[in-house]
Design a protein around this ligand. Structure first.
Ligand code: NAD
Length: 327
């Protein structure tokens, strides 16, 4: 279980400073072997004898891992935790923590960056210019879509969705949102947003940005019927989780001109990207970097390490997702 009096903590992947130092103060840090696959039996084997595991969103943490004797906590370095089966963790009395709040503004920045890039064809324009294809100003060269004054539909009006709304307000966008939990009328007024159902949101929006967690209810929330209701000029932005969008249906909608474009940070079968997306010029693709700034990733690392350290010291981790375990 421990050597030198300190419990063992399995660190699945390197994290940024000061995360490791925070862990090392209270635990013996065991690095997951670099070449070992990220499957449950391999993780379970490495977790034997460990008090806790520090995970990234690509690590599958379900029954096989969560039933490891002596395991007390899984600390995910992400706000999303769909890689962890929380009810099963609770059944095994394993605490689960995440890193909410520290990445909201950074992720909203990137969602807006993707929106702008897709609307104004920034990536296509860069490639075009580098290839030496720019031969002089033309009235119809690489025309895009206006962002200012356009209608933005925000699906999932939580921390990051609200962060996006703050930005869009500066562009004088009309904003609709869809969320089972309404904002207070005061917050709606402050942000300038109107709550609608999903059908109306997809039908009226020029840009649609997704900010829901991945759950059984949000799996393929956007699929063929929703693409069928969108404007032909609509652009979809997804910085949430890949499986929220039916990728095959998205490719079909983009190819047929049913919608105009997309900008994606996340994919249904990460790190694989649907070949149909790769082939399309009207799509901007990023490798899941929406929270990827030095400051934010450092803060996420520190927060995950502090969640773990608090548990090692016998306390209640600040970002506990199954609070019923520590009343
Ligand atoms: P949050 O919990 O603050 O907000 C999520 C919102 O979605 C809530 O308001 C909730 O009511 C709403 N929601 C839940 N189910 C819904 C449904 N079926 N339809 C519509 N709305 C629904 O979460 P957050 O911090 O804003 O993060 C949102 C998600 O973004 C995370 O769960 C994570 O998966 C993803 N994320 C991705 C990155 C990235 O790097 N690409 C970074 C941060 C977060």
């Amino acid at each position: 279980m421990s050597t030198g009096g300190k419990p063992r903590v399995l660190l699945m992947h390197p994290i940024l400073d000061p995360g490791r130092a925070v862990l090392a103060e209270v635990a013996e840090v065991i690095d997951y072997p670099n070449a070992r696959p990220l499957d449950e039996p391999s993780i379970r084997q490495a977790a034997e004898g460990c008090f806790g595991i520090v995970t990234l969103l690509k690590d599958p943490i379900r029954e096989t891992v969560l039933s490891t004797p002596g395991l007390k906590i899984v600390s995910n370095v992400a706000v999303g935790f769909d890689n962890i089966d929380v009810p099963t963790a609770t059944a095994h009395k394993v605490m689960v923590t995440n890193t909410p709040g520290v990445l909201d503004e950074t992720t909203a920045d990137f969602a807006f960056a993707l929106l702008m890039a897709a609307a104004r064809r920034v990536v296509e324009a860069d490639v075009f210019t580098r290839q030496g294809l720019y031969k002089g100003w033309e009235i119809d060269l690489m025309l895009g879509t206006d962002v200012h004054d356009a209608t933005l539909g925000i699906i999932g009006m939580g921390r990051i969705g609200r962060g996006l709304a703050h930005r869009a307000k500066g562009f004088n966008m009309r904003m609709l949102y869809y969320d089972p939990t309404p904002l207070t009328p005061e917050v709606e007024r402050q942000l300038g947003v109107t709550r609608v159902d999903l059908g109306r949101l997809v039908a009226e929006s020029d840009f649609i940005s997704v900010h829901v967690p991945l759950t059984k209810d949000t799996l393929h929330l956007l699929s063929t019927p929703q693409f069928g209701q969108m404007k032909r000029s609509a652009i979809l932005i997804n910085t949430s989780r890949g499986p929220v969008v039916d990728e095959a249906a998205l490719v079909a909608a983009l190819k047929s001109g049913r919608i105009a474009g997309a900008a994606l940070d996340v994919y249904e079968r990460e790190p694989a990207v649907h070949p149909g997306l790769i082939a399309l010029a009207n799509v901007v693709l990023a490798p899941h970097i929406a929270s990827g700034t030095v400051r934010t990733r450092s803060e996420m690392s520190a927060m995950a390490a502090r969640n773990m350290a608090t548990a090692v010291r016998g306390g209640r981790p600040p970002n506990l997702l199954n609070p019923e375990l520590k009343r």
